[in-house]
Structure formats: structure tokens, C-alpha cells
Design a binder for this molecule. Structure first.
Ligand code: NAD
Length: 463
């Protein structure tokens, strides 16, 4: 679907017109596609700031260089990614230092720049004073994200529970202090949040478990890892299946039998396999488990299929309630139960469930949908704990307004509001969600588990 306002805002005369009418002027977002590269940030000018002892700074600098970026040291050159180690902010003076140093760098940020902040986790702070400072940084990051969004830029903050001791060189052997090397773990954070694959992810605060190294399961490294994507004939599902195939996954594409033709065509294009299955059918979990068992074990499960049946609570039928809860939540539980029972998951596997900002904020006319998507969040949080020892990560991705058939069916005025009610003033693309899923599926995302990654341009809903 064309976003005419976005098109208009790309012309100087269009911007003048929008300005005169007091309408938003969204920027075209810089994006990156194709498979993940060894030097993901190649050629990107990156500036790093450390506050106080800044225990991660040297590892972050080495990681940025290892990812192919150019570390900018002078005070004038343009900067596309700003990385801030604020993990050792222990005083209000140091908090002011964050403000002063980030402010000094801001004028150098290119349009569509990325800011990645690392901070302590308030929940594991030694006392209330340190918790206040750690939480203050989150407020700073979220507010800055709203300002930078006007220029297509993003700000995200990663809470680091226990700041790891890190090896002193990018190629250093693991040391006793960093048993499996903390550097590769920081690489994941930088390559996604610090690069253009996270174009529609902003204002997010996520737990980056630096101690995940201790439980890191070696990447199976099989040439064709096995993935399942449900709802693969739809907008986000098809984009995800395509994207995963680029990273070397063999994708089993699941959707309703009525979508068989589109499903077959997609599977043929990406060298995957079409599995026409209705997730609401009682026999489906067993049929899917059998298909996986024939090729498994499973490296990645993407529970993406979802439906809406919007109606106010007073007018909602039991059938509308049931169908949404069955597809969006019950099917996930039933499939996982079948896969767990047959031990089909590989150690170190990944699971990603599609939630929604409606599951965080609630939405009028969507008691059924919001309940199902909030249920998904509860599920991944608890399931991540259960599977952590096997190195299996379980996360939710919560899209905001994404341009797909689902949002295309919205009434025009609601659709237009959905597109603009975020810091980037535009809808996201299915590929933006696919990139987030591909990142969560990658070995570098091991420190993220039990999290909700919003791909919503910092939507005002549920912020
Ligand atoms: P879509 O309607 O384009 O695709 C959904 C797919 O799921 C369809 O191909 C459909 O056939 C399939 N499906 C539905 N019921 C099924 C069943 N019983 N068995 C098998 N397959 C079934 O939707 P989309 O926009 O690509 O959404 C994908 C996911 O993202 C959904 O879970 C949705 O709730 C979530 N989401 C989307 C948005 C958005 O803005 N598009 C926002 C938030 C969350």
C-alpha cells in the first residue's frame, strides 16, 4: 500500500506543503537487506562515548572495528552510529556527563543515525540511588528517540545485568573472567541496533544478558538449519521465510490449505517446503511434529500466523473470541506441546512468537486480539526461563503498524492514524519485522531471551 504522505515528504515542495499544513514529514528510512555479513557495519562511521569507568568501552570499540566500522575519534566528522557505555553511571554528575557528551555529538549524527546505549539494570542495582540513575538513563533514551525520530534516527538501550569482564582484544582467547568471550556477545547488540537492519526499532529498552556466554551453546553450524514459519503466505510470514532462507535456513512454510498456491510458490522460490495445514485443526500439531521429525531437529520456530476479528466487547460473539484465541494463542501452546513431547528442539534453538503492541497497550474493539497477544508475552517470558539451560531462547516480536493485508483492511482514518502515531511518522514494512526475527534467530542474539522486541517505530501505543 502506498503511503502518499511519505512519498510527498521526499520532495522539497512536498515538505513545504506538509509544513504549511502542519502535517508530519516522515523521512525515508535507511534499510539494509540480504543475509548477515561477517563485517555487518562495514564503512560505517561510529563514535563511542564512555562515562566513568566505562567497563565495556574497550570491548565495544574493538567489536565495532571487528564489524568493519570506522571508529571516529575527532570531534567534527559525521557519525552514523553513536555507542554509549553508561553502565558505570554512579552519580548525578555522571548522569549529567551523559547529557553533555551525547548533546555534543548530536549535531554530527547523520539522518537515520543509530544510538545504542548500554546501562545497568535497575532491578539488579545495589541500592535505590543506583537504581534511580539506571532508570533515568532509560527515560533519557526514550525521550531522545522521540526527538531523533523526526530525522529517521533511532535510540535503543540495552540493560546489562552484570557487566562482564571482557577480554582485551577482539581475537583474544576466552579468559577465566570471560569464559566464552564477551566480545561476540556485544557484536550482536551492535550489528542489529547499531546498523540499518533495525530501521523501525526505536525507544526500546531490552535486557541484554551478558552472562549468557556461560550458557552459550555452540552454533550447530549445519549448512541448512531447519526453521518453521506459520502464516507464511501472509505479509510478515512470507517476508520472514524469504529472509531466513538467505541466512541458510531450510524453511517449512505453514499456512491454511486455501493459501496453498501462494505457499507452494514461496517455498519453490526459497528452496523450502510448503505445508498446507490449518492451525485450528486438532491433527495439526502432530502432523507438524511428524514433518519436523522427518528432517529435524528444529533450529527455529516462528509462530507468526495470526488473525483479527474486531468488535467491541458488548457485541463480540463467542465465535469471534474463540477463533482469535485459538489461532493466536492456543495453536502456539498446542504445537509447542507436541514438539516438546517428541524432543524435537535442538539445543541452542530459537523460538519467536508474534505478539503485537495491542498485547501491550490494549486496543478498543480488540479484547480478543489483545488478550491473545498479551498471552503470548506471558508465555515467552516464562518459557524462556524453562529452556535457558539448553541455550534455547524464546522471545516475542511485537509489531506496531506494519503495511500488510491485515492493516490494509483497516478503515482509512484508523489506518492513517496507525501509520503516524509513532516517532518515525510512518508504517513499518514486513521486511522490518523479518529482520528482527532473523536477528533473534542468529547466534549473536543469545543474550536476548524472554524479551519483547517491539518493531513499531516507537509507537505511542503502550510506550
Ligand atoms: P496476514 O493476514 O498478512 O498474514 C497472516 C497469515 O496467517 C495468513 O497467511 C493467514 O492465512 C495465516 N493464518 C491465519 N489463520 C491460520 C490458520 N488457522 N492456520 C494457518 N495459517 C493461518 O498478517 P500479517 O500482518 O502478516 O501478521 C502476521 C503476524 O503479525 C500476526 O500474528 C499478526 O497478529 C502480527 N501483527 C501484525 C501487525 C501488522 O501491522 N500487520 C501488527 C501487529 C502484529
Amino acid at each position: 500500500m502506498t503511503d502518499r504522505l511519505l512519498e510527498l515528504a521526499q520532495h522539497p515542495w512536498g515538505r513545504q506543503l506538509l509544513n504549511a499544513l502542519g502535517l508530519p514529514q516522515p523521512r525515508r528510512l535507511p534499510r539494509r537487506d540480504g543475509p548477515f555479513m561477517p563485517e555487518e557495519l562495514a564503512g560505517r562511521p561510529v563514535h563511542l562515548i564512555g562515562i566513568g569507568e566505562a567497563p565495556l568501552l574497550s570491548a565495544l570499540t574493538q567489536t565495532v572495528s571487528a564489524e568493519g566500522a570506522t571508529v571516529v575519534k575527532d570531534a567534527q566528522s559525521p557519525v552514523s552510529t553513536l555507542v554509549v557505555d553508561a553502565t558505570a553511571v554512579h552519580t548525578l554528575d555522571q548522569l549529567r556527563d551523559v547529557f553533555r557528551q551525547v548533546q555534543a555529538s548530536q549535531a554530527r549524527l547523520t539522518p537515520g543515525a543509530r544510538v545504542v546505549m548500554f546501562a545497568a539494570d535497575p532491578a539488579s542495582a545495589l541500592d535505590a540511588r543506583l537504581a534511580a540513575l539506571a532508570q533515568a538513563l532509560q527515560g533519557f533514551a526514550r525521550a531522545m528517540a522521540k526527538e531523533l525520530g523526526r530525522r529517521g534516527g533511532t535510540v535503543n538501550l540495552l540493560k546489562v545485568g552484570r557487566v562482564p569482564h571482557v577480554a582485551s582484544s577482539a581475537t583474544a582467547e576466552p579468559t577465566a573472567a570471560a569464559p566464552h568471550g564477551a566480545l561476540p556477545l556485544l557484536a550482536g547488540a551492535l550489528r542489529f541496533f547499531g546498523g540499518d537492519r533495525s530501521a523501525y526499532v526505536s525507544g526500546q529498552v531490552l535486557q541484554w544478558r551478558s552472562d549468557a556466554a556461560a550458557r552459550q551453546v555452540p552454533d550447530p553450524g549445519a549448512p541448512r538449519r531447519l526453521a518453521v514459519v506459520t502464516g507464511a503466505a501472509g505479509g510478515i510470514g512470507a517476508a520472514t521465510a524469504r529472509r531466513l532462507s538467505l541466512d541458510g535456513f531450510r524453511v517449512l512454510c505453514v499456512d491454511v490449505p486455501a493459501a496453498s498456491e501462494a505457499l507452494e510458490a514461496l517455498a519453490a522460490r526459497i528452496g523450502g517446503e510448503a505445508l498446507p495445514l490449518d492451525l485450528t485443526a486438532e491433527a495439526t500439531p502432530a502432523a507438524l511434529a511428524a514433518a519436523i521429525a522427518a528432517q529435524g531437529p528444529l533450529d527455529l520456530m516462528v509462530h507468526n500466523a495470526g488473525i483479527t476479528r474486531d468488535r467491541t466487547l458488548a457485541r463480540m460473539s463467542a465465535a469471534e473470541w474463540d477463533s482469535v484465541l485459538t489461532v493466536n494463542l492456543a495453536a502456539i501452546l498446542a504445537i509447542d506441546e507436541a514438539l516438546d513431547a517428541r524432543s524435537l528442539w535442538r539445543d541452542g534453538a530459537r523460538e519467536v512468537c508474534l505478539s503485537s503492541i495491542s498485547g501491550i497497550a490494549g486496543n478498543a474493539g480488540q479484547t480478543n486480539y489483545s488478550a491473545s497477544k498479551a498471552g503470548v508475552i506471558g508465555y515467552v517470558t516464562r518459557r524462556a526461563d524453562q529452556l535457558r539451560d539448553r541455550g534455547i531462547t524464546v522471545n516475542a516480536v511485537a509489531p506496531g503498524f506494519i503495511e500488510t493485508a491485515m492493516t490494509g483492511r483497516m478503515p482509512m482514518m484508523i489506518r492513517e492514524a496507525g501509520r503516524r502515531l509513532n516517532s518515525l511518522k510512518q508504517g513499518g514494512r514486513p521486511d522490518d519485522v523479518a529482520e528482527a526475527i532473523a536477528f533473534l534467530a542468529s547466534p549473536q542474539a543469545q543474550p536476548l531471551s524472554g524479551e519483547v522486541l517491539r518493531v513499531c517505530g516507537q509507537s505511542l501505543l503502550g510506550a
